[in-house]
Design a protein. Sequence first.
Length: 660
Amino acid sequence: MIPQTRIVIENVTPALDAGRFAVKGILGDRVAVEADIWKDGHELLKAVVLWRKLPGAELHPHAPAPKPRVDLAWQEAAMTTAFESNDRWFASFAPKEIGAHAFTVLAWTDLFGTWRSEFKKKQTAGQDLEIEIAEGIELVTRTGAGKKGSADGRLAELVKDLCAAPLERQVTILLATGTSDLMTECDLRADAQAYAAELPLWIDRERARFGSWYEIFPRSQGTTPGRHATLREAEQRLPAIAAMGFDVLYLTPIHPIGHTARRGPDNSDVCGASDPGSPWAIGSEAGGHTAVHEELGTLDDFDHFVTTAQNEGLELALDFAVQCSPDHPWVKEHPEWFQVRPDGSIRYAENPPKKYKDIFPLNFETTDREGLYGALLDAVLFWVGHGVRIFRVDNPHTKAVSFWEWLITMVHREHPDVLFLAEAFTRPKRMKMLAKVGFTQSYTYFTWRNTRAELEEYATELFLTDLHTCLRPNFFVNTPDILHEFLQTGGRPAFIARLVLAATLSPTYGIYSGFELCEREPQKEGSEEYLHSEKFEVRVRDWATPDSLAPLIARLNSIRREYRSLQLGSTLHLLESTNPYLIAYAKMLTDDQSPLVTVVNLDPFHVHEGTIRVPVDLFEPDEYRVTDLLAERTYEWRSEWNYVRLDPQQMPAHVLRLST
């Protein structure tokens, strides 16, 4: 049979790899859809975006995008176009639930619209219209005959009026706006053509995009030097963390720690009897990934901790590290889940020349893949059952991508509100692929971007390109593994500069505890490891020190909550600056909130001054007032170019609110 397809639909966006992966959205936001739609000849077209919520049972990892079935229950939004858009059509819709959705595009010939347009042209030209009027009446009659439902009566009445009316009256009726609206409502869409596939869309809750993270080792939240704290003791820190305005409290692994090859202070091979070891060496005779380390307390203590954190306005994020200590129960119960060397020993983790004898990586090429995958899924679901809705995943780029797609899909079938942060300091394509297969957020290279050129280039890539359709950055300023040289040598000004950059560039950012105290002593020169790393020993800090950055952090987080422009990446406008050490950018929306301009001195040692340009399309008045929200000082600015001077020893940054 020769196909009769004359309508072309192509280049539908947003789409990831032609629909292989889901584009990401946020509940409450509109999803903007575009498509190239055209047909041979001069007939007019109509088009809609169709979308629907997918039940969890329809989520299948690795399944290709299905062909659309327009007989299913869809919602729709009309698409529009204009001559200058060159056959590009536009629409948007707002999903009402989190979870998996599908959308596609449907187009058809607008028969009555085409007739109406051509009739008017002939009428203007003074041509005889008797046949055209008959064709118009025939269209209305045919539509009425084919349409079933509440419009039947109105169409039948319209046909009756047309048949009884004289010629001039028929013209008036056919060209009436009410007739056009009714024909649009009742359009049979006889030659409707759907796009070749349903495109997947994943809608997350707001925390997927916006949040301020604070990372702790629970065992270090006590008050006695060298003594392992319990979860109940760690609860005492929660009010202070909440007072700094954080939304998410991230706990490093809380599971039993193995004894075999346990690491000593500063990752030493020598481990004393009282040394706690690395929390990432998961598992002992006390249990594995679903157990709580005995020195932290019990599972009941953990549940109490979750509730207490929630009462303080903190959502808990739990570390998920897919690895085991040699003492993990899985090593004895499932040796086939690990790589066995020719001498019969199990391969431990290595990053030559580094050796991690306290950690056994799992083998994702095991013959019992079903058993391994199921056990890891059970571990995640276990903690979901105990109130955890965010997982920070350790080194996901060293595990099979197909596993992560499977795991995240399986979790989302019943728990679409669960979020996953990828701790993947890896190559860009790998980082992007992890985002494609379902990771909600990703760590980034922000820590290593310190010059103005580096920051502007990277911010443009993350927030102002199509990368934002899948990858959401989380700007951690430091981690237990990463103490950048800029922080080591730049002192307090460097900490403030990086804090302001992270909090105002990215909707989501985080700090590792101790950052507010400007901890910056490296293990050795040229290393990014901390001296006396908390990964291998218990730390007790004086949180009440008068020079803590806690008040500044609280102020920044308050500003972030007040100004929605800081909660979105797409609001970024990089601004011109005459000084290469002064980076300036605006964040603004089209609503009534004032624009914000952030200026940061990237040199922690010297005063820098220059002028920055605030384009008139961002702020129109010739004279306006700017208020520094950090220092609560006000300046009068004129026109586009204005002077800025930042002394890093006083305050290396401005966060300026612009107002008339």
